[in-house]
Design a protein around this ligand. Structure first.
Ligand SMILES: NC(=O)c1ccc[n+]([C@@H]2O[C@H](COP(=O)([O-])OP(=O)(O)OC[C@H]3O[C@@H](n4cnc5c(N)ncnc54)[C@H](OP(=O)(O)O)[C@@H]3O)[C@@H](O)[C@H]2O)c1
Length: 130
C-alpha cells in the first residue's frame, strides 16, 4: 500500500514555483509554506510584470509587505529579510504566454533544471471578461 505523505513533509527539500502570488489564494499559500515549512529548498514566485525589477517591487509591496506576513516577520525578527532572500526567487512573467512569459533565458533554464512542483493559483477572476 502506498504510504501517505503530508504536504508539509512532501515540500521539505523541494523547489516549487507558485503563480498568482499577488492574489488572495497565492499570497496565503506562500505565507503558509514559508512559515510552516522553512526547509523548502527554493520557492520561485512568478509575478505578472514586464521585468524582474518591477516583479520584485510588486512582491515587496503586494506580498511580503502585507499584514499577512506579520507573524512570520515577528517570528524571524532581523532574519526575515535574509530568509526571504535565501528561499524566494521572484520571476517576471505571464502565465498566458509560452514558457510562462519568462524572458530571461538563464532564469528559464535554471527553473527547468531545478523545479519539482508547480502550484498554479494564477487566474482571471473577472467573470465578465471576454
Ligand atoms: N478566493 C477564494 O476564496 C477561492 C476559493 C476557491 C478557489 N479559488 C480559485 O483560486 C484561483 C485564484 O483565486 P484568487 O481569489 O487568489 O484570485 P485573485 O485574488 O484575483 O488572484 C489572481 C492572481 O492571478 C494572477 N494572474 C492573473 N492572470 C495572470 C497572468 N496572465 N499571468 C500571471 N499571473 C496572472 C493575478 O496577478 P495580477 O496581480 O497581476 O493580476 C493574481 O496574482 C482562481 O482560480 C479561483 O477561482 C479562489
Amino acid at each position: 500500500m502506498a504510504s501517505v505523505v503530508s504536504a508539509h513533509d512532501f515540500l521539505r527539500g523541494k523547489t516549487t514555483l507558485v503563480t498568482g502570488v499577488t492574489g488572495f489564494i497565492g499570497k496565503v499559500f506562500v505565507e503558509k509554506i514559508l512559515r510552516v515549512q522553512p526547509d523548502i529548498k527554493k520557492l520561485y514566485v512568478l509575478i505578472r510584470a514586464p521585468n524582474s525589477y518591477l516583479a520584485k517591487q510588486r512582491f515587496h509591496n503586494e506580498v511580503i509587505g502585507k499584514d499577512l506576513f506579520k507573524v512570520l516577520r515577528d517570528k524571524l525578527g532581523a532574519e526575515f529579510g535574509s530568509f526571504i532572500s535565501k528561499k524566494v526567487i521572484v520571476v517576471a512573467g505571464d502565465v498566458s504566454l509560452d514558457n510562462f512569459g519568462i524572458k530571461d533565458e538563464n532564469m528559464k533554464n535554471q527553473i527547468m533544471e531545478e523545479l519539482d512542483i508547480i502550484v498554479r493559483t494564477a487566474a482571471s477572476t473577472t467573470f465578465n471578461e471576454r
